[in-house]
Design a protein around this ligand. Structure first.
Ligand code: PGA
Length: 252
């Protein structure tokens, strides 16, 4: 049985004061939550969050550079994320792919770099609306996954998380239905199972894209949806806690 995981992606939101208030409010309500919980603040807020959360909450980066170090102005290394107390890092978020030119190859290199630094990568995959309407959802997801498998091998997925985030659902208020999401989650697990059934069975696959308290329970009830990657709703403590509380029961 896979232990559910709910991760907040704060994107470019927050200040030191608002981060402290949000973390403290989440911590105040977290005792009844059985899921693993993570928070990915903007880089500069990582020390503020890491200082407050303790071991109960995973802290993660929203991205990292694929090289270990070097003349890359403005970038952040996996080594530094690890040093600051991060446990995980998002790679291949659709905003990075679309706005910052992260190709499948670069995402695969970032995934590999994350693991080399002792970070668990949260690999985001997902199709655009036009790709869905053209019937190429599975082809797109397969291409995004295969780039990582070809670079790091299927064994790398023993310590990784995958997040299915349909681009048309991110920040739009229009989530994938539970059935739509389950179909893609099942496809992801099945594709990886062809390489290693045990690893695919143990892999946590999160859903992301307009998750809120009102739809989380329905999504998380699906057999292959093991939690969520939460954007906007992770900025409100009550909403985020309600989503964390909506995960399905699990036994270790
Ligand atoms: P959203 O974002 O929950 O605001 O749709 C999800 C994400 O981008 O990870």
């Amino acid at each position: 049985m896979r232990r559910p995981l709910v991760v907040g992606n704060w994107k470019m939101h927050g200040t030191q004061a608002s981060a402290r208030a949000l973390v403290n409010a989440v911590l105040a309500g977290i005792s009844g939550v059985s899921a693993d919980v993570g928070m990915c603040p903007p880089f500069a807020l990582i020390p503020v969050v890491a200082d407050l959360v303790g071991p109960r909450v995973w802290v993660g980066g929203q991205d990292l550079h694929e090289q270990e170090a070097g003349a890359f102005t403005g970038e952040t290394s996996g080594v530094l994320l690890k040093d600051l107390g991060c446990r995980c890092v998002i790679v291949g978020h659709s905003e990075r792919r679309t706005l910052y030119g992260d190709t499948d190859t670069r995402v695969a290199e970032k995934f590999r770099r994350a693991q080399a630094c002792g970070l668990t990568p949260i690999l985001c995959v997902g199709e655009t609306l036009s790709e869905r309407e053209a019937g190429s959802t599975e082809g797109v997801i397969a291409r995004q996954l295969d780039a990582v498998v070809d670079c790091s091998g299927i064994g790398a997925f023993a310590d990784a998380i995958v997040a299915y985030e349909p681009v048309w659902a991110i920040g739009t208020g229009r989530n994938a239905s539970a059935r739509q999401a389950q179909l893609v989650h099942g496809f992801i697990r099945g594709r990886l199972a062809r390489r290693d059934a045990g690893i695919a069975d143990r892999l946590r696959i999160l859903y992301g894209g307009s998750v809120k308290a009102a739809n989380a329970g329905e999504l998380f009830a699906e057999p292959d949806i093991d939690g969520g990657l939460i954007g906007g709703a992770s900025l409100k403590a009550d909403e985020f806690l309600a989503i964390c509380g909506a995960v399905r029961a699990w036994t270790s």
